[in-house]
Ligand binder design. Structure first.
Ligand code: AMP
Length: 280
């Protein structure tokens, strides 16, 4: 049966005990409201490691004041059950006051990369993500941590932080889990009304158009992006925040697409901002 822990010191002691006993630890950091994207990470971690710690923390430092921190969907009882069924041993649910006590001052930033793509409209977001992940890695001492490719920029930034700071864990990337019509699963999909939900399928459909072109031999990024843009333009409900082809090594825009290129998109449906991507 899964054990819920909310005190940082207790979580640290439990993780240290596991390591002393020679157990391998897998970590799955989340903000909760689980769907199959989250549980795919937990299942993989449970298969790879002796124990899996799922963390559930809606991290305030990655939300700007105008974003959805307060109304971010929550369901702790359901999440506990899903994490248990997916094989997690612990659900770590720290609170804001213990993660960021009065006088908190330390932040981790992957410079440059944090201000590209999503970082343009969410300037403090990745600083919050890298900071909270560094804290969770220190508290839970995992051998491996699992992240979804749905948040491709986050995954690349976390990998970079781990490399640059010589952190002692492996980052495991897991494929994007989608609804049957292609929409990438996201806790934020619950915000969509039925019309927006229908239009949202154009995001993944646009990426599929780009992929088809590239698989047919197109190497010019602009052509692939044009095909995706045309698909997204089929609904007036979609407002593109960005649609870009970038190098996975540098996050800089590329003229050519092929192995090592990421096509990433963020789009608004009403006030809801969704992201998706495709890599080759
Ligand atoms: P979140 O709770 O949205 O912060 O996500 C927690 C973890 O689940 C992150 O590593 C995400 O990339 C991953 N994740 C979210 N949605 C999906 C999805 N549709 N497929 C795979 N992984 C996902």
């Amino acid at each position: 049966m899964i054990q819920r822990i909310s005190a940082i010191e207790e979580m640290k002691a439990v993780a240290a005990g596991l390591r002393r006993d020679g157990k391998s630890i897998g970590l799955v950091p989340t903000m909760g409201y689980f769907h199959e994207g989250h549980t795919s990470l937990m299942l993989r971690s449970a298969a790879d490691n002796d124990d899996t710690i799922v963390t559930l923390f809606v991290n305030p430092t990655q939300f700007s004041p105008c974003e959805d921190l307060e109304k971010y969907p929550r369901n702790l009882e359901r999440d506990t059950k899903l994490a248990d069924e997916a094989g997690a041993s612990f659900l770590f649910t720290p609170d804001n006051a213990s993660m960021y006590p009065a006088g908190y001052k330390t932040y981790v930033t992957v410079e440059g990369w944090s201000s590209r793509l999503c970082g343009i409209s969410r300037p403090i977001h990745f600083r919050g993500v890298t900071t909270v992940c560094a804290k969770l890695f220190n508290i839970c001492a995992p051998d491996r941590a699992y992240f979804g490719m749905k948040d491709a920029q986050q995954l690349l930034i976390i990998k970079k932080m781990v490399r640059d700071l010589n952190m002692n864990l492996e980052i495991v990337a897991m494929p994007t889990v989608r609804e049957s019509d292609g929409l990438a699963m996201s806790s934020r999909n619950v915000y969509l009304n039925p019309e927006q939900r229908k239009a949202a399928t154009l995001i993944s459909a646009g990426l599929t158009e780009a992929k088809k072109l590239v698989e047919a031999g197109e190497t010019r990024a602009e052509k692939a992006l044009e095909a995706a843009r045309a698909k997204l333009a089929e609904s007036p409900l979609i407002k593109i925040d960005y649609l870009e082809a970038v190098s996975e090594d540098t996050l800089e825009p590329t003229q050519d697409v092929g192995p090592g290129t990421l096509i990433a998109v963020a789009a608004y449906l009403g006030a809801t901002r969704l992201i998706d991507n495709l890599s080759f």
